[in-house]
Design a binder for this molecule. Structure first.
Ligand code: ZN
Length: 183
């Protein structure tokens, strides 16, 4: 792949509730090791590492669709221990699918002159897709970390990634390819 233009990594919803808890998603467990490798490589290279984490309040709109999940301040709303934020990483709590919706993430990335967001986490067709859409509308290039993105089913995963590639011009590559392109 082409060299990455001023990348940052965004990890979406690798939370206890979404990996092993209220909305547990077994396929997401296979993404933990690749994401950990991506985060380690990003930190080594000085790329900003941002977490977009559901932190819901009672009555949030998503409750209509999913019921209560990842409620702010609960153990289920914490990042899984294997991917716990390191010094210098920033967590952006969110109350809707997009990591850019009312979170301050855009300002944070602009202040660091980020041009490309490398998206990882879950779910491909929900929060990753909405975060990718917001990034596109805001002018960022979007790269998807293929082995670091999960959904509830393989079909949803493929559909989410295909939509992001088609509509937002995203490139999809493995974690190792992404790290090589941004060395
Ligand atoms: Zn949610």
């Amino acid at each position: 792949m082409e060299p990455l233009d001023r990348p940052a990594v965004i990890v979406a919803d690798m939370l206890v509730d979404f990996v092993t808890g209220a909305l547990a998603n077994p396929p997401s467990q296979a993404t933990v090791a690749p994401i950990a490798r991506l985060l380690a490589g990003a930190r080594e290279r000085g790329w900003p590492v941002c977490y977009c984490n559901d932190a819901h309040l009672p009555g949030d709109v998503e409750e209509r669709v999913w019921g209560a999940h990842a409620m702010a301040g609960t153990p289920g709303a914490r990042v899984v221990p294997e991917l716990a934020p390191a010094a210098g990483d920033v967590e952006f709590p969110k109350r809707a699918y997009s990591g850019f919706h009312d979170t301050g993430l855009d300002a944070y990335l602009r202040q660091r002159d980020v041009g490309t967001v490398v998206l990882t986490g879950q779910h491909a067709h929900i929060c990753v897709q909405h975060t990718a859409g917001s990034a596109f509308f805001l002018g960022y290039r979007v790269v998807l970390a293929d082995d670091g993105i999960a959904a509830f089913t393989p079909e949803d995963r493929v559909a989410g990634i295909a939509y992001i590639e088609t509509m937002y011009g995203a490139q999809t590559a493995t974690v190792d390819e992404i790290l090589a392109a941004g060395a």
